[in-house]
Design a protein around this ligand. Structure first.
Ligand code: UDX
Ligand code: ADP
Length: 493
């Protein structure tokens, strides 16, 4: 089957970059990304894309209007497509059965019903969103139950492994492309058609095919393994802080063992992002439903350690600041869940901010992208506070959003954000944080001035020489920073 037109439902972090790269590498295929949000589509068609992703602007600029389109015309594009990608969001359910754990498949089902309503001819429907095992079967059931004359479908699972911040690079040089499908002649033909798209730039040996369920489970398993490594190193960071071992040295030493490898061993304030927590919770829920409580408990522990790490880090800030942050000004540097993205979903910075707010602190926030994300409604360099304010007004963070809003200030640069504060808390590993004049920052801060480095990016020795009390995750607290312990709780500073 020759693929001429691809349509993608969902113009988000997965659909947008994935289809942009497909368009780049397959100039003879027309790729259209559709979304029910007209605002999102307008942003994709503007000079200010709705997501920040290094390299994405260039790819979109090259292809948009040639073989890459962003549209709200769902019906025409589904009708005309040979392959339809489903790239909609699958958040954790926040109601009913499986609340807080199971994936909410309402958007996937909505997309399947849209296809069922309008499709004509033969369609290959590709599930790209991360879904629970056997979700393809649900999509298939919906499509088959609404089958009209002369319409036929093949459902494939083709999970996306891109990582935000390196999405373009990950898509261009994928470690592997995984395609799961039905073991039948029609299933094999669909797999071959989708493989032919990727084979334009991915070596054939990196395109692996499996049955649909293995493919679905592999995506959950990959994220669970990655998150598990972070929780493992984070658990050791607590041991390091208590003993004098240095977690970076431990990570280096174990990472040089080729069986372990060096990646994903960076201790941090905790992992965030839209995938890790959601996918592990989903895996835990599946295991419970399959009556595998021991397996469920095993994976649940990865989440528990992540919660522990975020709480431990936040508690350390309060303890070091003489056991009270009430009325103190604390500056959070970095609000996105990792560098090179403006995405704040499940960002550990939210957890840290919540703890500080609960304890009565004034919270200053600066993030190079979350706050300065270009949008249709704001010129390139204006500060857009909306995302941070939305995150910190969420019912899981506060039951009094108005008061919270008043004690949170969002800044356009780090120097003004740190001015007059008692402490800096680094929550995201943005490169620009390494370039600051910390002596200048120190001068503008209250004394003693503290730095809590939740990403191990700053030079603690150099900062110590300036006069800062530094706490770095995974490092035993230095003599200067131990100040609070030896002095106990001080009256108001
Ligand atoms: C992840 C998977 O990597 C990707 O394959 C999948 O498709 C989607 O989920 P993403 O969430 O975009 O990607 O980012 P990732 O780089 O995996 O980082 C997730 C979180 O872990 C971030 O908060 C990051 O800061 C943290 N992290 C990562 C660490 O704390 N230490 C590390 O060593 C690596
Ligand atoms: P992800 O990180 O998985 O890409 P996002 O939330 O960034 O998730 O993007 C998902 C997109 O899917 C959103 O822009 C949302 O509007 C879109 N979407 C969800 N359901 C539908 C649907 N039935 N039809 C069209 N677009 C949809």
């Amino acid at each position: 089957m020759e693929v001429r037109k691809i349509c993608c439902i969902g113009a988000g972090y997965v659909g947008g970059p994935t289809c942009s790269v497909i368009a780049l590498k397959c100039p003879e295929i027309q790729v259209t990304v559709i979304d029910k949000s007209a605002v999102r589509i307008a942003q994709w068609n503007s000079d200010s894309l709705p997501i920040y992703e290094p390299g994405l602007d260039e790819v979109v600029r090259k292809c948009r209007g040639k073989n890459l389109f962003f549209s709200t015309d769902i019906e025409t594009n589904i009708k005309e497509a040979d392959i339809i990608f489903i790239c909609v969001n699958t958040p954790t359910k926040n109601f009913g059965n499986g609340k807080g754990r199971a994936a909410d498949l309402k958007y996937v089902e909505g997309a399947a019903r849209m296809i069922a309503d309008v499709a004509v001819g033969h369609k290959i429907v590709v599930e790209k969103s991360t879904v629970p095992v056997r979700a393809a079967e649900s999509i298939s059931n919906i499509l088959q139950a609404n089958l009209r004359e002369s319409v036929s479908y093949q459902i494939l699972s083709n999970p996306e492994f891109l990582s935000e911040g390196t999405a373009i690079e990950d898509l261009l040089k994928a470690d592997r492309v995984l395609i799961g499908g039905e073991d039948s002649p029609a299933g094999h033909a669909a797999i071959a058609a989708l493989s032919s798209v990727y084979m334009r730039w991915i070596p054939a040996e990196k395109i692996i095919t499996t049955n649909t369920w293995s493919s679905e489970l592999s995506k959950l398993a990959a994220n669970a393994f990655l998150a598990q490594r972070i929780s493992s190193i984070n658990s050791l960071s607590a041991v390091c802080e208590a003993t004098g071992a240095d977690v970076s040295e431990v990570a280096r030493a174990i990472g040089m063992d080729t069986r372990i490898g060096p990646k994903f061993l960076k201790a941090s304030v905790g992992f965030g992002g839209s995938c890790f927590q959601k996918d592990i919770l989903n895996l835990v829920y599946i295991c419970e439903c399959l009556n595998l409580p021991e397996v469920a408990a095993y994976w649940q522990q990865v989440i528990n350690i992540n919660e522990y790490q975020k709480s431990r880090f936040s508690a350390k800030i309060i303890e070091s600041l003489f056991n009270t942050v009430t009325d103190k000004r604390i500056c959070i540097l970095g609000f996105s869940f990792k560098k090179d993205t403006g995405d704040t979903r499940e960002s550990p910075a939210i957890h840290v901010a919540k703890t500080l707010l609960d304890e009565g602190a004034y919270v200053h926030i600066y993030d190079p992208k979350v706050t300065i994300i270009p949008s249709l409604y704001c010129t390139e360099f204006c500060v857009d506070e909306s995302q941070i304010r939305e995150d910190l007004s969420h019912p899981s963070v506060t039951d009094d959003p108005e008061s919270t809003n008043q004690v949170v200030s969002v800044f356009k640069d780090a120097y003004s954000a740190t001015e007059g504060t008692h402490a800096i808390v680094v929550c995201t590993e943005w490169d620009e944080f390494l370039t600051y004049d910390y002596a200048k920052i120190y001068k503008g801060m209250m004394k003693p001035a503290f730095v809590f480095d939740g990403r191990m990016i700053l030079d603690d020795v150099a900062l110590g020489k300036i006069g800062f009390h530094v706490h770095t995750i995974g490092k035993k607290i230095g003599r200067r920073a131990n100040f609070s312990r030896s002095w106990g709780t001080l009256p108001h500073v």
